[in-house]
Write a protein that binds this ligand. Structure first.
Ligand SMILES: C[S@@+](CC[C@H](N)C(=O)[O-])C[C@H]1O[C@@H](n2cnc3c(N)ncnc32)[C@H](O)[C@@H]1O
Length: 265
């Protein structure tokens, strides 16, 4: 499961690449999302189209209500920011892609906006009570740099809530279409790999690309940034209308959610 909103029946479309095939270039993440911003707008705004909608209520509960200052890093067209506003947060939404930030602003998704990458946030130290990175870190070229910068803009008692594609789900696939199909791990769980590919469903297509890496890589980057994991969820999708295809993901976690807090120095 090598991208942010991958569904069980679409997994064949994405091609993992080995690390050797995919040398890292700075800015590759922003370039990719700039190129495919229009696809993402249509994909993310189609109601019940991707997995977001099946996890939305649980994620809202995980974040919780609050009246403080929240930052969403990698906001895309703004749907997570809109949920945070609904929960009472005063939200600043940032994304490196100007077209997506403009779309988020047009939809009145947040209170403030900025065009910025996670590794260069245009805010002073200790500015936010909450930072949310929802299905963003798999796209980010340099996760350790992003988490250090996120830590910098967090208040002393603040919280950073992260959703990623579950690193275990990322490396396997269901061997069949049935609800009991075995989940098969392909290749090694370990190592950092580039993924890229196209998903198509319901007349929409989305071109995903990013990095698949094991849980220890994320945990190591959090540790280096001075962020301690205080809560962890392996959420199960709500199989409402249009989401029946996610049934296999009630047996294997598709996503991993982490709440983290700054470690006292
Ligand atoms: C899968 S979308 C998620 C958007 C939104 N969080 C949501 O769930 O609807 C990934 C987003 O990460 C953004 N992104 C890519 N590289 C980034 C970086 N280095 N820093 C911050 N955001 C980045 C992309 O522009 C894109 O909007």
């Amino acid at each position: 499961m090598s991208n942010s909103h991958r569904d069980a029946d679409e997994r064949e479309a994405l091609r993992p690449m080995s690390e050797a095939q995919a040398p890292q270039r700075t800015g590759e993440d922003r370039e990719h999302w700039t190129r495919y911003a229009e696809e993402w707008l249509a994909w993310a705004r189609a109601p019940n189209h991707d997995a977001f909608w099946a996890y939305r209520n649980a994620f809202r509960d995980f974040v919780g209500r609050g009246g403080g200052d929240a930052l969403e890093v990698g906001c895309g067209e703004g749907r997570v920011a809109r949920e945070l506003v609904r929960c009472g947060w005063r939200v600043t939404a940032v994304d490196p892609v100007g077209e997506l930030v403009r779309a988020a602003a047009e939809a009145r998704s947040a209170h403030d906006y900025a065009v910025a990458t996670a590794a260069h946030l245009p805010f002073p130290d200790g500015r936010f009570d909450l930072v949310v990175a929802y299905n963003v870190l798999m796209s980010v070229d340099d996760v350790p740099a992003a988490l250090k910068e996120i830590r910098r803009v967090m208040r002393r008692g603040g919280r950073c809530v992260i959703s990623i594609v579950h690193p275990f789900a990322d490396r396997g696939r269901f061997a069949g279409a049935g609800p009991d199909a075995p989940f098969v791990l392909e290749e090694s769980y370990f190592g950092r790999r580039r993924f890229e590919g196209v998903e198509e469903r319901g007349g929409l297509r989305m071109t995903f690309a990013g990095w698949s890496q094991p849980l220890e890589a994320y945990a190591g980057a959090l540790e280096a940034a001075g962020l301690a994991i205080t809560a962890l969820r392996e959420p199960i999708p709500e199989l409402g209308e249009g989401q029946e295809r996610l049934c296999p993901w009630t047996r294997v976690p598709a996503f991993l959610w982490l709440a983290t807090r700054p470690v006292a120095c």
